[in-house]
Ligand binder design. Structure first.
Ligand code: ARG
Length: 461
C-alpha cells in the first residue's frame, strides 16, 4: 500500500508483530458498510462516477459474501481488515477500487468501523441486560413469599423477602442499562472525513455519510476524532460494572448453593460435578462469572494505560484497543446469557430459608423500635435489647420463650403486646416506607418491573 517510498519489503517479523487482521477481521461488515457510504460521498463530490460507485458497491458486497462463506483469503502481509478489503476490491474491479481511499485514512476509517461495531454491540449488551433482569424477576415472582435473612458483614441482620433481595440486582442492572444508553450517545458520532488527522483538501459531504450510516451527528475536530478512544473506555467501564454486579450476585449464589446456606437449588444443567468427589454439584457458572470479571476490569485498565501517555494524534499504540474490547464484549454477552438461563430455572429451598429466618435475633431491631414507639430514646432502647440478647444467649432461651416479667426486668415499658412484635410476618409488614420490603411494596415493585421489562426497549432508531 505504501510501496512508493520504500526500497525493501517489511520484515516478516515486523509483519507478524504489527498485523491485526487475525482479530480485526471481525470488523469486516462495518468496514464494508463504511466504504459504501464513503463511495457515495466521493460520487457526490464528483471524484468517482456513478458507474464506479456501483462497481465499488457490487465488489464490496461480493467480498462480504466471500468472507461470510469462508472463501476470502485474509493476508497477514496486508496487515489489517481495511487493507485486506481494499486490496481485494482493487484486484476485483481495478481503478475504481484504487479510487476508494481518496480523502480517507485508515485513521478515520478504523475510528468509524469501531464506532459502528460498538454501536451494534452496545445494543446487543443492552438487550442481554434486560434478559437478565427478566430472569431475576421471573425467579422473584415464583417465590413471592420466601423470606431470607438480610445480611450485613455476612452476619444475619433483619428479615427480607427473597424477592426484595433479587430486585436489588434488577435495580443495579437497570442503572447499567441507563449507562449503556448514555455511552451510546457518545459512540454514535461519525468520524469519517477527519482523514489522517487534518481532514482533506478534497471536500466531501460528511453529513451525507453520517446520514447513510444512521449517525445523528458528525465529529467536530479532526485531530480528536482520529485519536479519541474515550468511547471505548467508557463502554468497557460499563461492561466492567455489569460484570461486577454479576460477580456480586455470583458470590450470593455460591453461598446460597452451599450446604451451609442451602437457600437455592441450581438445575443440573447449570452446575457441574467433580471428577473425583461423586457427591459434588458445583456452581461453576457463578464462579466463572466472578473470575471473568477480573478479565473485564483488566481489559479496561489495559486500554486506559495504553491511552494515557499518547501525544496527539493517531499512534499505532491505538491498535491495542481492539483485543481487550472484543474480549470484554464477547465475555459479557455470554455471561449475561448463561446467568439469565441459570437464574430463570433456579429453585428456592423454602424449608431452608424458613429455618434461617426463624432466628429470633433477626427481630432484635424490631424490639428496640417497639420501645421507641413507647417513648424510650433509641440509644437506651438499643442498650436494653442488647442486654436482653446477652441474657438470651446466656439462658439459651429465645426472645419468644421469655415471659413478660423477664422482659420487665430490663425495662418497665414492656407490656403484653411485645409478643406481637416477635413475628417475621409483622416485621415485614411494618416495613412500608418507600423502598422497604413490606410484601405490599415488593409486590408493587414486581408489578412495576414486570411492566417496564415487558415493553420493548432499544437504543437503535
Ligand atoms: N490497524 C490499525 C488500528 O487498528 C488501523 C489504523 C492504522 N493506521 C496507521 N496509520 N497505521 O489502529
Amino acid at each position: 500500500m505504501w510501496k512508493g517510498r520504500f526500497q525493501t519489503e517489511t520484515s516478516n517479523l515486523v509483519q507478524r508483530y504489527g498485523e491485526s487482521i487475525s482479530y480485526d477481521w471481525r470488523l469486516y461488515a462495518h468496514d464494508i458498510e463504511g466504504s459504501i457510504a464513503h463511495a457515495a460521498a466521493l460520487q457526490d463530490a464528483g471524484i468517482i462516477t456513478k458507474t464506479e460507485e456501483r462497481k465499488i458497491g457490487k465488489g464490496l458486497r461480493e467480498i462480504k459474501k466471500e468472507i461470510e462463506s469462508g472463501d476470502f483469503r485474509f493476508r497477514m502481509s496486508l496487515e489489517d481488515i481495511h487493507m485486506n478489503i481494499e486490496s481485494a476490491l482493487t484486484d476485483k474491479i481495478g481503478d475504481a477500487g484504487a479510487k476508494l481511499h481518496t480523502a480517507r485514512s485508515r485513521n478515520d476509517q478504523v475510528a468509524l468501523d469501531v464506532r459502528l461495531y460498538c454501536r451494534a454491540e452496545t445494543e446487543a449488551i443492552f438487550q442481554r441486560v434486560m434478559l437478565m433482569q427478566r430472569a431475576l424477576l421471573k425467579l422473584a415472582k415464583q417465590f413471592p413469599e420466601a423470606v431470607v435473612p438480610g445480611y450485613t458483614h455476612l452476619q444475619r441482620g433483619q428479615p427480607v423477602l427473597f424477592s426484595h433481595h433479587l430486585l436489588a440486582y434488577v435495580e443495579m442492572l437497570e442503572r447499567d442499562r441507563m449507562r449503556l444508553a448514555d455511552c451510546f450517545k457518545r459512540i454514535n458520532i461519525m468520524p469519517l472525513g477527519s482523514g489522517a488527522l487534518a481532514g482533506s483538501t478534497i471536500l466531501l459531504n460528511r453529513r451525507l455519510v453520517a446520514e447513510k450510516l444512521g449517525f445523528p451527528s458528525v465529529s467536530q475536530n479532526s485531530m480528536d476524532a482520529v485519536s479519541d478512544r474515550d468511547f471505548i473506555a467508557e463502554l468497557m467501564f460499563v461492561i466492567s460494572m455489569i460484570g461486577i454486579h454479576l460477580s456480586r450476585l455470583s458470590e450470593d449464589v455460591i453461598l446460597w448453593a452451599s450446604a451451609e446456606f442451602g437457600f437455592i437449588e441450581l438445575s443440573d444443567a447449570h452446575t457441574t460435578g467433580s471428577s473425583l468427589m461423586p457427591q459434588k454439584k458445583n456452581p461453576d457458572v457463578a464462579e466463572l462469572t466472578r473470575g471473568k470479571t477480573g478479565r473485564l476490569v483488566g481489559n479496561l485498565m489495559s486500554l486506559l494505560t495504553t491511552i494515557k501517555g499518547l501525544p496527539m494524534t493517531y499512534n499505532r499504540d491505538l491498535q491495542e484497543d481492539k483485543e481487550p474490547l472484543f474480549d470484554s464484549i464477547d465475555t459479557i454477552k455470554i455471561a449475561l446469557e448463561v446467568f439469565a438461563e441459570m437464574m430463570a430455572v433456579a429453585k428456592i429451598r423454602e424449608d431452608r430459608t424458613r429455618e434461617a429466618t426463624s432466628d429470633p435475633f433477626l427481630l432484635a431491631t424490631d424490639l428496640a423500635d417497639y420501645l421507641v414507639l413507647k417513648g424510650v430514646p433509641f440509644r437506651q432502647a438499643h442498650e436494653v435489647i442488647g442486654r436482653i440478647t446477652a441474657y438470651s444467649i446466656e439462658q439459651k432461651k429465645d426472645f419468644g420463650d421469655f415471659d413478660l416479667s423477664e422482659y420487665q426486668q430490663f425495662s418497665e415499658v414492656f407490656e403484653k403486646d411485645v409478643f406481637a412484635v416477635l413475628s417475621v410476618e409483622t416485621a415485614l409488614k411494618s416495613r412500608k416506607a418507600i423502598g422497604a420490603p413490606s410484601p405490599t411494596n415488593v409486590k408493587r415493585q414486581m408489578g412495576y418491573w414486570e411492566k417496564r421489562l415487558s415493553t420493548k426497549s432499544t437504543l437503535l432508531k
